[in-house]
Write a protein that binds this ligand. Sequence first.
Ligand SMILES: [Zn+2]
Length: 108
Amino acid sequence: MSNPIIAKLFEENEKLKNRVRELESSAVCTYCGKVSHTKDGQAKLDMMIEHMAECEKHPVANLLVEIEALKADKRELVEAIEWAMFDKTPDDLYETLSQAVAKHKEPG
Ligand SMILES: [Zn+2]
């Protein structure tokens, strides 16, 4: 290859091919820039999903924290409802009702 322009173009073409190979065998988090290397498409996807949950800059991590907080709120509400519905004994209810009836019967 005696023509220096053609030689330069071949050199540039080789660099670009290498860059394409590099990009095809890696995945990059667009939020933090972490690069994971693998050629396997499923492995790449799995690595990215795993990274999303732990990436401090990815919005999914914040959503997971919010989901956990909402689950905790839901558990508290369910516990409060269960307590109100099921933890009262028949004696408690009888006592409450008896007091209400007695109060109603008292001469005003
Ligand atoms: Zn990230």
